[in-house]
Design a protein around this ligand. Structure first.
Ligand code: IDP
Ligand code: MG
Length: 148
């Protein structure tokens, strides 16, 4: 089953949005298979955002993401990578659909509350970056037979 990496950013943690955002993915029908809270150091943040090195927003993004704890998660489900990105909304909350997570909870591109892998390749890379294999669980979740 497909897996994606999602991370609640420091503003989501500080603003008390952890539960509300996790609930959206639970209600959608996805399965939480990995979860940890951590504070990123600069080195980890630079690896996470390596594709953006050299861009004008790189420094501010590193500062933002290392400023306070984050919640790192692995979610599993049919087409979860693309569907979770839809649920996140566009990168800039000012343009995000009002019902999306960024559209609902954020106003500025520099404080957009959540990260989500954008492809199978980045999901695999990001899951490996944050989780050991034995930290990702495989289990039956009640009701999953009603999802497809
Ligand atoms: P994504 O998070 O929707 O995948 P990316 O383009 O991969 O968006 O950018 C990574 C992160 O860098 C964004 O989520 C946001 O926190 C930050 N970022 C991207 N573009 C800008 C910008 O123009 N100004 C400030 N921060 C930005
Ligand atoms: Mg991205």
């Amino acid at each position: 089953m497909e897996k994606t990496f999602l991370m609640l950013k420091p503003d989501a943690v500080q603003r008390g949005l952890i539960g509300e955002i996790i609930a959206r993915f639970e209600r959608k029908g996805f399965k939480l298979v990995g979860l940890k809270m951590l504070k990123l150091d600069r080195e980890m943040a630079e690896v996470h955002y390596q594709e953006h090195k050299g861009k004008p927003f790189f420094e501010s993004t590193i500062k933002y993401i290392t400023s306070s704890p984050v919640v790192a998660m692995v979610w599993e489900g049919q087409n979860v990578i693309a569907l979770a990105r839809q649920m996140l909304g566009t990168t800039n909350p000012a343009e995000a659909c009002p019902g999306s997570i960024r559209g609902s909870y954020a106003i500025d591109i520099g404080r957009n509350v959540i990260h989500g892998s954008d492809s199978l390749e980045s999901a695999e890379r990001e899951i490996k970056l944050y989780f050991r294999e034995d930290e990702i669980l495989s289990y039956y979740k009640t009701g999953e037979e009603w999802l497809s």
